[in-house]
Design a binder for this molecule. Structure first.
Ligand code: CXF
Ligand code: ZN
Length: 362
């Protein structure tokens, strides 16, 4: 039996309980988690904003140690320290093979609808985003684990698996921020903080953080924001004032709300780029007029997993950590145990804090 935070029904609170985890089958590996970050998508999967079969174990931002491997696994071995990849790509589909865009892999979500374990009562249990990291141990496909980059503490490395790859990729792959460009970041949660640090790495300036909560200012500045604004009706105007009257070269939206996406777009200069990282529900709408699309000649783009290839990008992030440019600890505002996840969800809903990190004792 392994302890896990189980979602028994959509909208129900996670419940700490034992689960029956099988030995890894062919092509699978079993991992003992060292840490798992609590991501906004976990909340969205738990409350029905995103689809999730139940009962389930959520958690997709994890790192740990391989304890055993199934038949045919040659890419990793017991004792290896690994980071989980919640979008394991097949390497062969249209997006992986023809387009070299593995973040859009057609089969990345294949594991989410296949039971991976059982509840104590013998019911099928589904793995949230194929990874099920809110548990002492998990069983995942071998291609959902990546080697821990050298010099990165295993617990902090969990953050690389979602927030940091996403924020880094939004800046470097999607918006392609260049030295000296102005960047506005909307939403200072875990991904927003990783985005701010990545804009700093890119040599951007000014880097303007926007959040509804004044309490986020200190965190934002520590992550590289040169300016901090409380979100309001005048945000776009304030950003224009901070960028010579033009608007920001780049806006990165880390909230997933129609209104915020609209403000991000309005905050950019003519020809500016807006990247949407936030994941919202389908009721979140954006309205753009044909005239403004023409006149401002701006770009609005979505981005999945920061348009990252985790296998290629994780070593790069490791180097940024080793060289002191990326401070993973600065993303974490709370270290909790498995039973602290419901409170972490509440804090997220109230707009409090950066990342909460579940740290396992092992
Ligand atoms: C999410 C994006 C929406 C689908 C589930 C995964 N990414 C990370 O948190
Ligand atoms: Zn996530």
């Amino acid at each position: 039996m392994v302890r896990a935070a189980v979602l028994s029904a959509v909208g129900a609170p996670l419940e700490l309980t034992g689960i029956e985890l099988p030995q890894p089958g062919p092509g699978q590996v079993r991992v003992r988690l060292a840490a798992a970050g609590v991501c906004h998508s976990d909340l969205s999967l738990s409350n029905g904003t995103l689809r999730q079969p139940v009962p389930a174990v959520l958690g997709h931002e994890g790192a740990g140690t391989v304890v055993s491997v199934g038949e045919g696994v040659t890419t990793t071995a017991p004792g290896d320290r690994v980071v989980l990849n919640w979008a394991p790509s097949c390497g062969e589909c249209h997006f992986c093979g023809r387009l070299s865009e593995p973040w859009l892999c057609q089969h990345a979500g294949a594991g989410t609808t296949v039971p991976y374990a059982r509840t104590k009562g013998g019911e099928d249990l589904y793995p949230g985003l194929s990874t099920a990291a809110f548990a002492e141990e998990t069983v995942v496909p071998a291609h959902a684990v990546l080697p821990l980059p050298a010099g990165v503490p295993l617990t902090d490395a969990a953050l690389l698996g979602c927030a940091v790859l996403t924020g880094y990729g939004a800046v470097h792959h999607s918006a392609r921020v260049r030295t000296g460009e102005s960047v506005a970041v909307f939403g200072v949660g875990g991904v927003g903080l990783a985005t701010l640090q990545s804009a700093r790495i890119a040599g951007a300036g000014p880097v303007i953080a926007v959040d509804v909560s004044p309490a986020k200012e200190e965190l934002a500045r520590a992550a590289g924001a040169t300016d901090f604004l409380i979100a309001s009706e005048t945000t776009a105007k304030e950003i224009r004032a901070l960028t010579g009257g033009f608007g920001a070269d780049v806006a990165i939206e880390c909230v997933g709300r129609g209104e915020t996406i609209q403000t991000a777009w309005n905050s950019t200069r003519r020809g500016g780029r807006t990247t949407v990282v936030g994941v919202g529900g389908k009721e979140q709408q954006v309205r753009l007029s044909a005239l403004e699309i023409f006149y401002f000649a701006r770009t609005l783009t979505g981005c999945v997993y920061g348009n990252c290839d985790p296998a290629r990008d994780l070593p790069v992030l490791g180097e940024h950590v080793r060289e002191g440019r990326l401070d993973l600890g600065a993303l974490v505002t709370e270290r909790i145990a498995l039973d602290g996840i419901p409170a972490a969800f509440d804090a997220m809903l109230a707009g409090r804090g950066g990342r909460a990190l579940v740290v396992f004792e092992n």
